[in-house]
Design a protein around this ligand. Structure first.
Ligand code: BTN
Length: 252
């Protein structure tokens, strides 16, 4: 089974995630809404996501696991959606000459600069994921960024080329569809996991991190991710600790 995506482009919306949340009960699985401009784009942890009109990809995909050609996904396996999305963006950008890496949980980085962020909003029904809204922002043709942003980059800054957004999104949908087809069984998910870990940002390297709880810092080495998608870090005393997204931040 491989989901088929139907892509709809709009000039302006508050946030493509918001629009799909509003249409969650009526829109078909496999619907992608892409906006040339978002007036209130949302990022992780309540941050905003600003775009530069018409220069970047800002879109959301509505997934209904268990229907519309997509395998069912158990709530405990929901990190597999993040993995499928992250690996798909990574492979799309690599196919266009940018040697990017996945930064756990689902950012895409070129060296120490961020080129893509994701906001994935799942609703559960019992033990399963009922609807997943996968919101993705990828910097494509933007050359100048606000100095307020920590470390942004774009595909054009990396390769020097200019890209057609619609063609890139069509390519992404094709790659994502193939990756999502793997999420339905243990073997497929193991393959996705191995691909996700392959060349992951900072894997097996010693770096500085901070605890979000009290801001304290420590040096650690990322060893991998747990079954449910927590980050596994070897601590200074050599013990292995697992961290959720709200627990740890990278010092870059
Ligand atoms: C982050 O890195 O903080 C996540 C950014 C996610 C941005 C995308 S752009 C398309 C979709 N619509 C939104 O409002 N947010 C996501």
């Amino acid at each position: 089974m491989k989901p088929h995506f139907l892509i709809h482009w709009t000039d302006e919306v508050d946030s493509t995630n918001n629009e799909l949340l509003r249409g969650r009960d009526t829109l078909p699985g496999g619907y992608i809404l892409a906006a040339r401009h978002q007036t209130a784009g949302r990022g992780q942890r309540g941050n905003d996501w600003k775009d530069s009109k018409g220069e970047n990809l800002t879109f959301s995909a509505l997934l209904r696991p268990g229907s519309d050609g997509l395998p069912a996904i158990a709530a405990r396996d929901q990190f597999t959606v993040s993995e499928a999305a992250a690996v798909s963006v990574r492979d799309l950008l690599r196919a266009h000459g940018a040697k990017v890496k996945v930064k756990w949980p689902n950012d895409i980085y070129f060296r120490d600069k961020k080129i893509c962020g994701m906001l994935i909003e799942n609703s559960l029904a019992g033990e399963d994921v009922a609807v997943s809204i996968v919101g993705i922002g990828i910097n494509i043709n933007q050359k100048e960024f606000s100095p307020a942003l920590m470390n942004p980059t774009s595909l054009t800054l990396i390769t020097g080329e200019t890209y057609g957004l619609e063609e890139l999104l069509d390519e992404f949908a094709e790659i994502f569809s193939g990756r999502l087809a793997l999420t339905g069984d243990t073997e497929g998910r193991a393959r996705l996991r191995a691909d996700y870990l392959d060349g992951m940002y900072r894997l097996e390297e010693e770096h500085d991190y901070a605890l979000r709880s009290d801001g304290s810092t420590f040096r650690g080495t990322i060893k991998g991710i747990s079954e449910e998608g927590m980050l596994l870090v070897e601590m200074p005393d050599k013990t292995l600790k697992s961290f959720g997204f709200k627990d740890i931040s990278y010092i870059i």
